[in-house]
Write a protein that binds this ligand. Structure first.
Ligand SMILES: *Cc1c(COP(=O)(O)O)cnc(C)c1O
Length: 438
């Protein structure tokens, strides 16, 4: 692929990022789905192996002492940009670096980091950006563990928070950011769509509000959890977000067989977060990184198919007499919430494959439906090749206080469904039969 790699310049490690990645052909800029098969990997550095080997090693041999010193200058942040070579597996490894190069491509981010879970990615982001007395302003609701992390864990260390509802208008966002601006706002943290309400956050409005209220040094970065729609159906960096967070456990991993996380953004932000990851060791392991490389090769195929399947299944469900409502982003255009429909048109290129199904009835009806499914599996999580169904009120949101459950629409008749890549008509048959049992 290339004869001059950074390895030649820094004295060499098992693998360094090839300098001459094939990123265009005949002037045509290649798409991520093409680049997932080779980008960031040079077979010449691994005995010609078409696929990257899994590098199971805890440490890397330096070619000479001076190279070792230079690498440590990078690792410790004395020199920005991270190590120029591989040092020690808590900091990085070849599989993770290839993964990070490829992850960044999906959102045209300058840089990316891989983590051992979505939550370790989020925790490392928060730890790297906040100090006692700072405020995190966030959209609500958030993934439950993220809310716990902000409210109960960072709270213990003196970090404060303020929130606005996911669907907030520019005026509502302005009001919360203005209130927060009396202190030091370290981070604006968003999650869109919110789970399980599916409310979309107006990232453009958040960015405009931030830019109007904060200036220069005080301007907090905007981070967003893009797990539900990214990277295929939403690219929030385009709407003014600075940092994108992923649970790669979901669509990116896509086979319900691994747990991992990712953070994407500018080199400057990523360097700040990398220093914290180097310190606490929240990087994913080489085997998981390798599995994710395999997953990314089919990311677009899988997500496209799941999205098409979900559209068909939702049409069927919405027309069924035992169904009260289907909370599916693809239906926003025909609903009466003009503002959410407008955000959807500006921010999303697809409706995803995770949605809320409200049955007529309550827990009894929801359980009868769930217990009768034969293809769809009864499990929490989302974004896998297989269709999953769960009962938020009785499972993921069991401990949420009753009043907040009502406010969020987490009712006993709600079933959360994540559609996979099976045959759409088979899935419809499964749902049709299960609805008969209700
Ligand atoms: C699953 C999930 C997380 C947490 O990710 P893990 O990989 O389970 O740690 C965070 N945010 C969202 C939106 C999720 O769905």
């Amino acid at each position: 692929m290339t004869d001059e790699t950074e390895a030649d310049l820094t004295g060499g490690t098992a693998r360094r990022r090839p300098k001459a990645n094939v990123e265009q052909v005949g002037g045509r800029k290649l798409k991520p789905s093409t680049l997932m098969m080779g980008h960031g990997y040079d077979p010449v550095l691994s005995e010609g192996s078409l696929k990257p080997p899994i590098f199971l090693t805890s440490t890397f041999v330096f070619p000479n002492a001076a190279a070792g010193k230079r690498h440590f200058e990078g690792v410790t942040g004395k020199r920005p940009g991270g190590a120029e070579g591989l040092v020690y597996s808590r900091f990085n490894g070849p599989n993770q670096e290839i993964l990070e190069d490829r992850l960044a491509l999906w959102e045209e981010a300058e840089d990316a980091l891989a983590f051992s879970s979505g939550m370790s990615a989020i925790a490392t982001l928060f730890l790297s950006m906040t100090k006692p007395g700072d405020t995190i302003v966030h959209s609500g609701p958030l993934y439950a563990a993220t809310e716990t992390l902000i409210g109960r864990i960072l709270g213990k260390f003196g970090v404060k928070w303020l929130d606005f509802p996911a669907g907030a208008t520019r005026e509502e966002i302005d009001a919360v950011l203005s209130e927060a601006a009396s202190g030091n706002v370290a981070l604006i943290y968003l999650e869109s769509p919110a789970n399980p309400t599916n409310a979309l956050v107006d990232v453009e409005a958040v960015a405009a509000s931030r830019d109007a209220i904060f200036t220069g040094e005080n301007k907090p970065p905007i981070a967003i959890d893009n797990t539900f729609l990214g990277p295929l159906w939403a690219k929030p960096l385009d709407q003014g977000a600075d940092i994108v967070v992923y649970s790669l456990t979901k669509y990116a991993g896509g086979h319900s067989d691994l747990v991992a996380g990712g953070v994407l953004g500018s080199k400057e932000h990523i360097n700040t977060i990398r220093l914290m990851r180097n310190t606490i060791g929240t990087i994913c392991d080489p085997n998981t990184a390798w599995m994710l490389l395999r997953s990314l090769e089919t990311l677009e195929l899988r997500m496209s198919r799941a999205g098409e399947n979900a559209a068909k299944v939702c049409e069927f469900l919405a027309a069924h007499p035992k169904v009260e409502k289907v909370g599916y982003l693809g239906f926003l255009d025909r609903g009466d919430d003009a503002r959410q429909a407008d955000i959807y048109r500006r921010h999303c290129t697809g409706a995803g494959s995770t949605f809320s199904l409200y049955l007529k009835g309550g827990e009894k009806e929801a359980f009868a439906f769930l217990d009768s499914l034969k293809i769809a599996k009864l499990a929490v999580s989302l974004g896998g090749t297989e269709t999953l169904a769960s009962h938020p009120a009785g499972m993921t949101h069991l401990s949420v206080p009753e009043a907040r459950k009502q406010a969020l629409g987490i009712t006993d008749n709600l079933v959360r469904i994540s559609i996979g890549v099976e045959d759409a008509d088979d899935l419809i048959a499964d749902f049709e039969e299960a609805l008969k049992a209700v």
